[in-house]
Design a protein around this ligand. Sequence first.
Ligand SMILES: [Cu+2]
Length: 143
Amino acid sequence: MRKWIIAAIILVVLAVAGFYAMRMMSPPPADLDVAREKMSAAGKYAVAIEPEAEPIQQGALHGWIVTVKTPDGEPVSDAEITVDGGMPQHGHGMPTAPQSTGHVGEGRYRIEGVRFNMGGWWVLKFAISAPAGSDEAEFNIVL
Ligand SMILES: [Cu+2]
């Protein structure tokens, strides 16, 4: 009887490990939107992102410039931006806590302290708060 229980436990452990291994190894969805410019989720801002250096180096601490404009193209100079993100297929967040270090002109904001510590599909999420309201924008990055 005990042998069967042990066999069942081993099977479950293998199945769970297999599931996570498959998820970790699977490529990002083929139709993933990797656009670097888009409207925020509620349509309040036009948001664009640009890494400070291309190609993006895996493992290197680097910065991004996020540009925030109104839907009709006026730069938004007084936004508070917070950054979050992670790897949807791995179930983990960012290895660092990227911060907006402020407005650098023309609706552009510098985000410092971004590090992608492995290859694959990453998501960067920006929560934007300005007089026109709060909204967020999410970008997919594949390394
Ligand atoms: Cu990962």
